[in-house]
Write a protein that binds this ligand. Sequence first.
Ligand SMILES: Cc1ncc(COP(=O)(O)O)c(C=O)c1O
Length: 485
Amino acid sequence: MGQSSSSARIAEELRREIAGLAAGSRLPSTRALVERFAASPVTVQHAVRALVREGLVESRPGAGTFVRRARPASRADLSWQTAALGAARAQGAVVGSTLQTPSDDVIALHSGYPVDDLLPVRAVQNALARAARTRSALDRPPASGLAELRSWFAEELAEATPATGSAPTAADVVVMPGGQSALSSVFRSLARPGDAIVMESPGYWGAIAAARQAGLEVVPVPRRPSPAPSTGHGWAAVDPVDLAETFERTRARLFYAMPHFANPTGTSWTEADATALLEVVRAHGAFLIEDDWAHDFALDAPVRPVATRDVDGHVVSVRSLTKSVSPAVRIAAVVARGAARSRILTDRVVDGLYVSGVLQTAALEVVSSPAWHPHLRRMREQLRTRRDALAGLVDELLPPGTLTSVPRGGLNLWLRLPDGVESTTYVEACARAGVLISPGPEWFPAEDPESHVRLNYSGPAPGRFEEAVRIMARELAGLQRLRER
Ligand SMILES: Cc1ncc(COP(=O)(O)O)c(C=O)c1O
């Protein structure tokens, strides 16, 4: 057993013992503990230092180590803050359930971040180690990001831009510490508190929260449900007429959308949707904020970002590497033109001055290595297998019509629950039975007119999909029986 695991074991045993001792009791001497645990003095001292750090014991030089008096629980009166702060911008618990860290025994279908099996683990570790040995570990990078990384992001868009289009360059890119931060910056930079922002509904909970935190009023416009769920076009796009009316009614100048493999529905705009909706945006002198979050997760259909159609700065595109490189390498980019880009850069500088150069260097090495595209191909193959397995089980074991579509990309399945089954109650029942899934209401800026849940197929236990869906089926039947009584 190594020194750190031995000292952890000794600390654990002493913790249990201390719980039964009165304050002021003396702990046995180091020599006595060395004998009792058959450990070295260094290991014992290590364990005791951990207990001191935790505030359970205190060392009195020359006298020994003593159990500390329990401090009375803090009863500070913080009620004055209610009056000082007033109403909160974001209501309730704003952090999506997708961020909860589960224990090992549950089946986690709730999270949004792919597990190690789907990540370029070795490449990331090597790139970080190499970056740590370069000047990037010490230097302050440019506020807009490393030039080579900005060129890489611009080139990715330029490759998909038609010859007649207007391809972005590195000068249009601002590097951001993750997609969430990018959305917050864009919302703050392009609108003022009190302004409206139009959002597809359902949509990403983090974007809804970021807009509210920026003081914006979120105005939902429904994605149109389609009667042909198996084609992957259910909940396809908002209606251009609805969008135009909403712009006129609210005077909003921002439209946040996920044209490809939207989170949570998995559905995409068609080419015709993109043309029509961009036309409405231009006609209203507005911005389309395109969250290209699933760019790397195009499974059966290619991604052609709407930004590749932009000729005059109406599209602001956000692309993140967090989910495809590593959740620990928080690198994303905003591509924007003109004054919009300058304002976003100003916001970035004011918010955090610049993004860590070590992370930028490591991310650049991973995505520009010859191994990147083979990795993406393998990862997509695994995701397809996972998606098909989970979708097949949902189709087989849950009531007909529950699966809204088999998405052609992204990481999620969107399920519609039978009438009368309330999403949050169902999610809680599944969690008690050991399966974590994401409740529908988190994904709506207003009420969900039906009842939904989201399942993520990039989590840790693809081998337990069947067990998970059987549990979900059992819990669903249980709730339906209760309702019939
Ligand atoms: C649609 C969407 N946009 C943006 C983000 C935020 O991305 P990042 O993890 O890079 O901050 C997420 C994360 O789950 C997301 O699902």
